[in-house]
Design a protein around this ligand. Structure first.
Ligand SMILES: *Cc1c(COP(=O)(O)O)cnc(C)c1O
Length: 375
């Protein structure tokens, strides 16, 4: 099976992890800080605070910017549940904004959702394609809202040569196994705001500050959301390879773009020429006539060894959200879920793999294009 995404771990990655395992510090040593500095250098932000997952990082970001009971957060339903879960945990209410056919929040619809209770806008760079960040920044600024970018897909993406990580007030990355780089589990928040960074560091580690000798003081509530030293060492090693990973994923994506350019049965995610996408995903949006046989298409592709996946069920369609907030339906997001299918695109694939995926995908789609809906 060729998975839709997977990690690439090489001997040098293993060596740095083993060397940390043989060192005195498995946690709270120098590697975490080194990794954070490397993230700052890479993405251009002033501060990076690492966490043991992007979910912890999201929670920290939301807590530290003061999201609480009664606040409304404007966000996209086309994301992994954690994007919304972590502010719902704090008592805030999701205000869903519809998306566009590229999977990103529709910036034209944000302003009409703002109320006196709105506290923040949380966007997701779907598949690595950066949202209309300048327009969204302008909206956030005009209405004095916090802008948070869940860039879990988008480490290494850029617009006009500016990397994701310096656009929003806080930008979150994930280092889960199948994300653009991995530390096994891990995440980080990037920000230019020193105070926010300082408070997130406290939140990450029990809210405790060291004073003198044995005296430490707990000055704020906190968790233990720390990244280990060996995870940070892996992150450092992986970060050096990120541009190479993106080069391979871009080559595969460009090959698909070329193969699919005259297709009538589906569309693909278009990346503008001033943008680099991390190409975490290669999403395909099937024509309405292929929505009905999507289950069969999915099964057939899997049987051919294509580890396809669907990103994502709109968050509001999950039972928890239905029970808590009632039924929600957004036209494009619902349609996107019915139509989307992500095909394999990762740094471990060869061009032969890509050709096989494109061939099998086109064969299968053509086969089902005549079946349509049975009602
Ligand atoms: C993967 C992902 C997360 C969660 O990341 P973890 O590191 O697994 O906690 C959050 N948001 C998005 C958009 C993701 O893709």
């Amino acid at each position: 099976m060729i998975p839709y995404s997977t990690q690439l771990i090489e001997q040098d990655d293993i060596d740095v992890v083993v060397s940390v395992l043989n060192s005195p510090f498995l946690t709270q040593g120098a590697k975490v800080e080194e990794f954070e500095n490397a993230l700052c250098d890479y993405a251009g932000a002033k501060f990076a605070v690492s966490f043991n997952s992007a979910t912890s990082a999201l929670l920290a970001a939301y807590v530290i910017c003061g999201i609480s009971e009664g606040d409304e957060i404007i966000t996209t339903p086309i994301s992994f549940v954690a994007t919304s879960n972590m502010f719902v945990l704090l008592g805030a209410k999701p205000v869903w904004c519809d998306v566009k056919l590229d999977g990103n929040i529709d910036e034209r619809l944000i302003e009409e959702l703002i109320t006196p209770k709105t506290k923040a806008i949380v966007v997701v760079d779907f598949g690595g394609k950066v949202v209309e960040i300048q327009k969204i920044k302008d909206i956030a600024k005009k209405h004095n809202l916090i802008l948070i970018d869940d860039a879990s897909h988008a480490l290494g993406s850029s617009v006009d040569e500016q990397k994701v990580g310096l656009f929003a007030d806080m930008t979150i990355f994930s280092f889960h196994a199948i994300k653009p780089i991995t530390t096994g589990e891990g995440g980080a928040v990037l920000t230019d705001n020193e105070e926010l960074a300082k408070r997130m560091r406290l939140f990450r580690s029990h809210g405790v500050v060291k004073k003198e000798l044995w005296n430490s003081d707990m000055v704020a509530m906190g968790h233990n959301f720390r990244l280990t030293e060996f995870a940070a060492a892996l992150g450092l090693s992986q970060l050096k390879k990120l541009d190479g990973f993106i080069r391979v994923r871009s080559e595969i994506a460009s090959y698909y773009d070329e193969r699919f350019k005259n297709e009538k049965l589906f569309i693909t995610q278009k990346i503008p020429s001033n943008m680099i996408s991390s190409r975490h995903l290669y999403p395909i949006i099937l024509n309405p006539e292929l929505q009905c046989p999507k289950e069969d298409i999915f099964k057939e592709l899997q049987s051919l060894g294509l580890g396809v996946q669907v990103h994502y069920k709109p968050i509001y369609q999950n039972s928890f959200y239905r029970e808590k907030f009632g039924d929600v339906s957004l036209m494009v997001a619902d349609d996107f879920y019915r139509s989307e299918i992500s095909i394999p695109c990762h740094q471990k694939m060869s061009m032969e793999d890509a050709k096989y995926v494109a061939d099998m995908f086109l064969d299968t789609i053509r086969k089902y294009s005549h079946r349509g809906c049975s009602f």
